[in-house]
Design a protein around this ligand. Structure first.
Ligand SMILES: [Zn+2]
Length: 278
């Protein structure tokens, strides 16, 4: 059997022929292929077909090889397409997961921000309420601690002025200038511990205040409180006069650490410590 140049394969296949086929394939070679199981019965049938028009074993083998190759190519292409699709799906899922994660993060941040703002507003409201309560307490304390002058007038003789007319050798209080009959007030809230007459102070009142200090008003013409009575700041306790050891009408005022004579402290400083301008 002579070998000739093989015709181009028919149909869609236009692949270059393989070297083995171009240089001629022996039956032994076909037999090897057959034995290898690439093709079998069809090749045998082709070989048994008489005449020159009959397909050559080489052509059949080539066609078969090309078919197998195309099948493989198609399979690979389909596999590649499937892989592409799978990759695209993976990408899409990843993008979706990222979008969801971003959205969750955004929502969490917004919620945290809102919670922080609400907490701050609540803290601010509580601070404001506390400040108002504190201001109210301070005002109440200021009212309680805020004292007034016993009479709204100037001071004549000051504290600790020396003089032989006083048994201690000095003035134990201050004298407010006041004509007889001027209302005399408790300088601060407290309890009356003395309300009576003695030869030196005349008609006098001693009040114990909440800070433990006592104040005395003396030489009054009349008294309007009695021992044990509680008084409020500015409450009238009597009228000024010139009773006791005096040379004329005035209000003698003392501050003391005890109810008794001799425990005097600076009365002006004491009034100033309770907010009185003097
Ligand atoms: Zn005096």
């Amino acid at each position: 059997m002579a070998f000739k140049v093989l015709p181009a394969p028919s149909g869609k296949h236009r692949r270059p022929r393989r070297a083995a086929l171009r240089t001629g394939t022996t039956l032994a070679g076909v037999a090897v292929l057959t034995a290898a199981g690439t093709f079998g019965a069809t090749a045998a049938t082709a070989l048994s077909t008489p005449g020159d028009a009959a397909p050559k074993v080489e052509d059949i083998a080539f066609a078969r090889a090309v078919d197998a190759s195309d099948t493989l190519t198609n399979s690979l292409a389909a596999q590649a397409a499937a892989q592409h699709k799978a990759a695209d799906e993976t990408k899409r899922q990843a993008a979706e997961a990222k979008r969801k994660a971003d959205e969750a993060k955004r929502l969490a941040e917004a919620a945290a921000k809102k919670a922080a703002a609400e907490a701050k507003a609540k803290a601010d409201r509580e601070a404001e309420r506390e400040a108002q309560a504190r201001a109210a307490r301070d005002e109440e304390r200021r009212k309680l601690n805020s004292f007034v002058l016993p009479v709204d007038s100037a001071i004549g003789t000051g504290y600790k002025v020396p003089g032989s007319m006083w048994s201690s050798g000095y003035h134990t209080g201050v004298d407010f200038i006041a004509s007889t009959g001027t209302p005399v007030h408790a300088v601060g809230a407290g309890t009356v511990v003395t309300a009576g007459f003695d030869s030196a102070y005349g008609n006098n009142v001693v009040i114990r205040h909440s800070d433990g200090i006592y104040t005395l008003c003396a030489h009054m013409s009349s008294l309007s409180v009695s021992v044990g009575q509680t008084v409020t700041t500015g409450e009238q306790i009597g009228l000024s006069g010139a009773t006791g050891n005096v040379t004329g009408p005035h209000v003698h005022f003392e501050a003391r650490t005890t109810p008794d004579y001799g425990s005097d402290i600076d009365p002006e400083a004491y009034l100033r410590s309770h907010g009185v301008s003097i």
